[in-house]
Design a protein around this ligand. Structure first.
Ligand code: PNS
Length: 158
């Protein structure tokens, strides 16, 4: 069984994330989407809400499961017998940051990191930008799954 993890905050998931998850699901037997529990960072959606959203928008993929984790990602990988991490790379600055993390993670545990170029259609996309645009009434349809679009409008209007 070839397993891989797609980790992140996913606050909220964007179409860029979904593209990486879907492409990973075609390459691996099992993809675990791991949501970081980060008590130091304020979020728009709770971890459990994000998990529910992720489960809904990835339900077309039979081999994708969604979990939460805290602490080190490599410890989560070891506990779940996952030998590799997939990270999407949008721009060169992502690579600078991700390379250091990948090397540290490998040094800590032997867990590999595989970089997947983001679909150019989404290379400008991030959860923070999506929230900012939605907060000020901009249109984020096409940038996030329809469910997220609807939930963003509800959450930011309340
Ligand atoms: O979507 P994000 O916020 O860019 O995801 C970042 C994430 C969750 C992948 C990263 O912060 C992470 O792996 N955090 C867990 C703590 C950890 O393992 N740090 C790496 C030390 S080298």
């Amino acid at each position: 069984m070839r397993r891989v993890v797609c980790p992140g905050s996913f606050d909220p998931i964007t179409n860029g994330h979904l593209d990486i998850i879907g492409r990973s699901a075609r390459l691996y037997d099992e993809v675990t989407v791991a949501v970081l529990i980060n008590v130091e960072k304020s979020s728009l959606f709770t971890v459990d809400e994000r998990i529910e959203i992720l489960q809904t928008v990835t339900k077309e993929f039979d081999n994708v499961k969604v979990r939460k984790f805290h602490g080190l990602l490599v410890d989560f990988c070891k506990q779940n017998d996952i030998p590799a991490i997939v990270k999407g790379i949008r721009v060169v600055s992502d690579f600078d940051y991700e390379l250091q993390m990948a090397q540290l993670n490998y040094r800590l545990s032997g867990v590999e990191t595989l970089f997947m170029p983001t679909n150019p259609e989404y290379s400008f996309l991030s959860s923070s930008r999506v929230k900012e645009i939605a907060r000020y009434g901009g249109d984020v349809s096409g940038l996030v799954p329809d469910l997220v679009h609807k939930l963003l409008i509800e959450r930011l209007r309340s």
